[in-house]
Design a protein around this ligand. Structure first.
Ligand code: AKG
Length: 389
């Protein structure tokens, strides 16, 4: 586990009169998180299903930490792509060019690409953005005078910008997890990077991710799908996502009430998701979760990619958060799924000794997806079809 004692102190000190409360919250949360029986290596049964103990713990807590999934080589590829993408970021939220004056990453994208924040801010909390799901505004500590006025903290549609992320998207064991939880005809959701640079990275206020199925007659714990959260540098009590275990089964929560009951945004019973580099979290989208601004010294970059049950998206009117509200018909779902086909081939090219995942819905069509120059063009703006529910 990463030693974050200096970060805990630095973080607490950003909270002024609440410093002692914040320090205690971080330390206690860390201890309780590490005591939970929901982490370990990825294991499958003889028939290829997720091992019973993993499935049960995931269902009980709403998240599970799969340890050591991404190896050194894969992490290095992602880090190299991150470096490259950062060099292509625009000079500011309104800018279309890089520091070199060249067209910036996403400048010609039709969909939203970068979400910006002032350093250590909470741009979503207490706003109507994303369907108003971030009900409370988190405390925004003061950043150092050297911090930039604004920095990107979410990158959307990431598969078109990073081949390393595209390859991770097709990790055969992870896709087998998706099939085990959502069925072999699982459907995509969306992909993003969460960038939490030390002293800069913004908060993502407490929220639950689902939009469309809370009042459904078929409501159940997995109906809004899950996200894989792959950790490039690890994830800690200071920079990581916090969750309130078990809340994925409780329906839509009143977060203002929970904050009032806890006496602050430090929700009682919540725990941080603690990971080493290469660990991948399965996180139920209905689970109450959020992250504090990164006032510590360790970076966090999460490679996020989610999957749904086909029945949760097919014929459903989308929630309009990650893509324009639209009914997701067979054509849209199939078009959005081509990213999986390209990813599988991109991964096979990079890791030829690995057995590629066979994604049943694409195999059934007989279409062969090859990752090449024309595929790169075809993937542009693929996230306009994000299956946002
Ligand atoms: O990574 C984070 O800080 C927030 C992630 C999140 O809110 C999400 O995946 O829905």
């Amino acid at each position: 586990m990463i030693n974050i004692s200096e970060s805990i102190e630095a973080c607490a000190n950003h909270y002024g009169g609440q410093a002692d409360a914040m320090r205690a919250y971080l330390l206690e949360g860390q201890e309780r998180s590490l005591a939970l029986p929901n982490r370990g290596p990825l294991v499958f049964t003889d028939t290829g299903e997720l091992a019973e103990n993993i499935r049960t713990a995931y269902s009980e807590f709403g998240f599970y930490i799969l340890e050591g999934i991404l190896g050194e080589e894969e992490l290095d590829d992602i880090k190299a792509d991150l470096e490259h993408m950062r060099s292509q970021f625009p000079t500011g939220p309104e800018s279309q060019v890089t520091e070199m004056g060249e067209p910036a990453l996403g400048a010609d994208a039709k969909a939203l690409t970068l979400v910006w924040s002032k350093p250590l801010g909470d741009p979503l909390g207490g706003t109507a953005l994303a369907n108003g799901r971030h009900q409370v505004k988190m405390f925004e500590p003061k950043a150092s005078d050297e911090a930039p006025p604004a920095a990107p903290f979410i990158l959307l549609g990431s598969l078109q910008f990073s081949e390393a992320c595209l390859r991770t998207y097709a990790h055969p064991q992870l896709l087998s997890v998706a099939a085990s939880i959502n069925g072999p005809d699982f459907a995509p959701f969306n992909e993003a990077l969460f960038i939490k640079d030390p002293g800069i990275g913004a908060a993502v206020s407490w929220h639950q991710d689902g939009v469309t199925h809370w009042d459904s007659a078929d409501f159940e714990e997995d109906i809004h799908g899950f996200n894989f959260m792959a950790q490039v540098y690890g994830s800690t009590a200071v920079n990581g996502v916090w969750v309130l275990p078990g809340t994925h089964k409780l329906g839509k929560l009143n977060i203002n009430e929970l904050v009032a009951e806890s006496g602050s945004e430090r929700l009682k019973g919540a725990v941080p998701i603690i990971c080493n580099p290469g660990d991948v979290v399965i996180c139920n989208r209905q689970l109450l979760h959020g992250s504090f601004p990164n006032c510590g010294f360790e970076p966090r970059v999460t490679v996020n990619f989610g999957f749904h049950k086909r029945s949760s998206v097919l014929g459903v009117m989308g929630g309009g958060i990650h893509s324009d509200a639209q009914v997701f018909d067979e054509i849209t779902v199939a078009r959005r799924s081509r990213a999986i086909g390209y990813a599988i081939d991109a991964r096979a090219q990079r890791f030829p000794d690995e057995t590629p995942y066979e994604y049943a819905p694409l195999s059934a069509t007989g279409v062969v997806y090859q990752w090449n120059a024309s595929a790169r063009v075809d993937l542009k703006d693929y996230n306009l079809d994000d299956l946002s529910i």
